[in-house]
Design a protein around this ligand. Structure first.
Ligand SMILES: [Ca+2]
Ligand SMILES: [Ca+2]
Ligand SMILES: [Ca+2]
Ligand SMILES: [Ca+2]
Length: 444
């Protein structure tokens, strides 16, 4: 019995040691797995950080490329032709970038990305646009248009339906009405009555086309009408950066179109004296109030007009920040005095079917009658000096996504960056097709 008891104790001890060894082994394996997984996360994290740094460098390279494109193709108010430069999946080192663009043909419903630089002069200038023009924008209300004017005007007089200091003081927390010009379009968020719906509409990620969550009703933010068409907010059509240049690229001053003497002098230099006299006679003693009116009244041929067009300028306050009739979407053109929705649509259709005409504004005379040109002329131009490069960038294997919107001014000798805004927080802007292509290449 004693022997039997000792044998049983040894057997128990062996069992205990075995369990102890098993426990230790299990612990070690757990530790090894934990460290293994932790190192995997560390490696992935490091790879993502490297990709993010790559993306930052790609962004920098893309902004320099945009500067080059504008310096080469955007002199004297010209619009760079998207066929002359790369804007889609451009390779920089191991990364890539895209210029997120807008379609020039607004009769087409955008359901996929467009690539290219965006003309800021295709939009209404928030600091000069009138309340009546603002009210014609899609989704705009009379009250919000009035509040926008009150926000930027220096006085404290409340416009009909608008808001000045007393309204802002009643808010929680109270704030003051700015009573000074807008510095960015996003500043509209501070204006009384602003909602994300009015400002950004269905285009929550501000990429200019319909993403799945922008066409699913209330399933995912934003709320949309699920009609298969993109209904953007007013920010799509507004800028604070459009500004005509008073000088040519070579530094010479442009000619004020309403000055009869200055126009006579320009025409005499550019054309035969007899022809210049005939044009001055056609213009009459009053001259023209806008470049378009000048062309409509002058009786010039398109070729004659093109020899002087780039040198013409108007210091009229609306003309300085006027809309480029060659690039503006239908919704913007419809806000211009004298142009209703049907004439805006006629302009866009004519432009879309005659893409070769856009080097001059002369074509507008084929669509609008002289009376409409006289009313709309001061608000329309054919040149642009500010452009947006809305850049999406990724590093190696499509990782480290970044998006930054640069706005350039080309009125000086070299393009200058006016503003730089990080939009990475809005999420992936290039649709599922490009996303899936990048994922397939991510072999890690
Ligand atoms: Ca005010
Ligand atoms: Ca969108
Ligand atoms: Ca939705
Ligand atoms: Ca819709």
């Amino acid at each position: 019995m004693i022997f039997s008891s000792s044998s049983s104790t040894r057997s128990h001890e062996t069992g205990s040691v075995f369990i102890l060894v098993l426990t230790i082994c299990f612990g070690l394996v757990t530790l090894a797995l934990y460290f293994g997984q932790s190192m995997t996360f560390e490696v992935r994290g490091a790879a993502n950080r490297v990709s993010a740094m790559e993306s930052d460098q790609v962004l920098l390279g893309a902004s320099r490329y945009a500067t080059f494109v504008l310096a080469t193709y955007a002199t004297n108010g010209a619009i760079p032709n998207p066929l002359d430069y790369d804007s889609e999946g451009v390779t920089v080192g191991d990364g890539k970038f895209w210029f997120i663009g807008r379609t020039n043909n607004t009769t087409v419903n955008p359901i996929a990305p467009t690539f290219g630089l965006v003309d800021e002069n295709s939009k209404l200038n928030l600091n000069t646009v009138t309340a009546a023009m603002l009210e014609l924008l899609p989704g705009m209300t009379h009250e919000f248009a009035a509040a926008i004017i009150d926000w930027r005007d220096a006085d404290a007089t409340v416009s009909d339906g608008g808001a000045e200091d007393d309204v802002y003081q009643r808010l929680s927390p109270p704030r003051k009405c700015k009573n000074a010009p807008f510095e960015s379009v996003d500043e509209l968020r501070l204006v009384y009555g602003a909602t994300l719906e009015i400002l950004y509409g269905e285009d929550a990620n501000q990429n200019g086309f319909l993403d799945p969550n922008e066409n699913d009703g209330n399933v995912l933010s934003p709320e949309d009408n699920k009609d298969g068409r993109l209904d953007p907010g007013i920010c799509e059509y507004l800028t604070v950066h459009s500004r005509q240049s008073a000088t040519m690229a070579n530094g010479t001053n442009k000619t004020e179109v309403s000055s009869v003497n200055a126009i006579r002098s320009l025409l005499t230099q550019s054309l035969q004296a007899a022809r210049a006299n005939a044009i001055m006679a056609a213009l009459g003693p009053r001259g023209a109030r806008s470049v378009l009116e000048f062309y409509a009244l002058s009786g010039m041929t398109v070729q004659e007009f093109q020899t002087v067009e780039a040198q013409l300028y108007s210091t009229n306050s609306m003309a300085v920040s006027a809309v480029n009739v060659n690039t503006a979407p239908e919704a913007v053109l419809a806000c211009i005095p004298g142009i209703s929705l049907d004439k805006a649509s006629a302009l866009v259709n004519y432009r879309a079917s005659n893409p070769q005409i856009l080097a001059t504004v002369a074509w507008v005379k084929e669509v609008l009658d002289t009376a409409t040109i006289q009313a709309a002329g001061p608000y329309l131009i054919g040149q642009s000096c500010q452009f947006t490069a809305d850049i999406a960038a990724v590093g190696e294997y499509g990782r480290g996504f970044r998006r930054t919107r640069f706005i350039f001014d080309t009125s000086q000798l070299a393009p200058v960056i006016l503003s730089r805004q990080d939009l990475t927080y809005l999420g992936w802007p290039l649709g599922s097709k490009i996303h899936d292509q990048l994922l397939k290449k991510d072999i890690r």
